[in-house]
Design a protein around this ligand. Structure first.
Ligand SMILES: Nc1nc2c(ncn2[C@@H]2O[C@H](COP(=O)(O)OP(=O)(O)O)[C@@H](O)[C@H]2O)c(=O)[nH]1
Ligand SMILES: [Mg+2]
Length: 246
């Protein structure tokens, strides 16, 4: 994936399109449920393929795609996973406003172990926001002094800090307690997503597959316009021949 952007032009300002990335169990489905305030339909084999969901939340039409779980082979991400993840970007036309990289803050994960997440994220870092899940578990473990997650990351998790820095210091700690706190946490997250798009120059990520499709459509339109005008000319010429005295 190469980094390529488009302006908001053509999409409503109340639309918000997201791609959720992260390995199995990192909390993608739970996050989608929380954002959309609805339970996910149970779909077998869901972890290998993209899941698209929509809802109207906090005054915005939110569309989100849950990308597939990660499979590694020889330290590299499997090609099938890569392709399916790239497909995730194409399921939210004309492109996602932000990519949320979910990282369980209480564990050492693929991300924190430095496995090549870049394989899938590549140069879309500037559209990516790190979303820390399992903050409740970390607090319960007592590892975060004064229950302060930010201080724990800054002081004890240089591995996670590196990822956050790669994403332009954009991160959000997901709070999972039920009730008002959870909703205001989602509202904060959606604001950060909009901020991510603003920081990327008021642009959303437009993947190469989209550009190719757009180019094909444009070329197709040109071809059909040309063929329409060519047919009109032929018709005009035929009519002239009919009207003109021989
Ligand atoms: N305690 C806790 N459990 C979570 C959190 N996020 C997800 N879970 C649970 O972990 C399990 C896997 O989460 P899920 O959203 O299905 O992960 P996915 O594979 O990334 O879609 C589910 O039982 C969730 O309820 C979290 O932040 N804290
Ligand atoms: Mg899931």
């Amino acid at each position: 994936m190469t980094d390529s952007c488009k302006s908001y032009y053509g999409s409503s300002s109340s639309d918000l399109r997201l791609v959720l990335l992260g390995n199995i169990g990192c909390g993608k489905t739970a996050l989608a449920d929380t954002i959309l305030a609805q339970l996910s339909p149970i779909s077998p084999g869901a972890s290998r393929s993209c899941q698209l969901r929509q809802g109207f939340i906090e005054g915005r039409n939110v569309t989100l795609v849950e990308a597939p779980r990660w499979y590694w082979s020889g330290g590299k991400m499997e090609d099938g996973v890569k392709k399916e993840t790239q497909r995730a970007m194409t399921l939210v036309p004309p492109g996602p406003h932000a990519i949320l990289l979910l990282v369980p803050v209480n564990q050492f994960t693929e991300v924190s172990l430095g496995l090549p997440v870049s394989d899938v994220i590549c140069s879309v870092w500037r559209h990516t926001l790190v979303l820390f899940t399992y903050a409740d578990r970390l607090r319960a473990s007592g590892k975060a002094k004064n229950n302060n997650i930010e201080a724990y990351i800054a002081g004890q998790r240089g591995d996670l800090l590196k990822i956050v820095e790669k994403c332009g210091d954009r991160f959000h700690v997901l709070e999972t307690e039920r009730g008002g706190g959870e909703r205001s946490n989602v509202a904060d997250l959606l604001e950060k997503v909009e901020q991510t798009a603003k920081e990327a120059g008021g642009q959303y990520y437009s993947c190469p597959a989209f550009q190719e499709a757009e180019n094909r459509e444009w070329q197709g339109n040109c071809r059909s316009m040309f063929s329409v005008s060519r047919h009109s000319l032929v018709l005009f010429f035929d009519l002239c021949c009919l009207w003109l005295p021989c």
